[in-house]
Design a protein around this ligand. Structure first.
Ligand code: DAT
Length: 139
């Protein structure tokens, strides 16, 4: 079993109870920030879904307000986080599962978690981005 990292993103309506769920599972919180995601970055984060009919709505949701971006570390954290978060459709969530407890609709499912360790790494790096104009504004 490898130590890996998962990028967990609490969507605009879920900020609050969710952090403790990961903490209680014994994972290490490596970084956290409140972040109002620019549209361009939201599209990059979800680029694999860009051809889906719900893509524009998904981007609207994720950019409605600030999200909480987190990097969680631990053995098997990606798979464990996926279990804690539950099915894409919150109505399929059992009690005790984050989306089942805290969300109702697929389009407002409160939290995101990386699908695999490679994506975890990519998505964590993505939110540490430097805006393209920064080198033009700051020496
Ligand atoms: P997950 O977030 O469970 O990993 P995903 O990566 O397949 O699911 O999809 C990303 C998000 O896109 C999901 O959290 C909500 C939205 N979505 C997926 N399928 C949808 C659908 N059929 N209708 C509306 N939104 C959908």
């Amino acid at each position: 079993n490898e130590v890996e990292e998962s990028y967990i993103m609490i969507k605009p309506d879920g900020v609050g109870e969710i952090i403790s769920r990961f903490e209680n599972n014994g994972f290490k919180l490596k970084g956290l920030k409140l972040f109002h995601c620019p549209k361009q970055l939201a599209e990059e984060h979800y680029k694999d879904l860009s051809s889906k009919p719900f893509f524009p709505k998904l981007i609207t949701y994720i950019t409605l307000g600030p999200v909480v971006c987190m990097a969680w570390e631990g053995v098997g954290v990606v798979a464990s986080a996926h279990k804690l978060i539950g099915a894409t459709n919150p109505l399929q969530g059992e009690p005790g599962i984050i989306r089942g407890d805290l969300a109702v609709q697929t389009g407002r499912n409160a939290v995101y978690g990386s699908d695999n360790p490679e994506n975890g790494k990519r998505e964590i790096e993505l939110t540490e981005w430097t805006p393209v104009q920064t080198p033009w504004l700051v020496e």
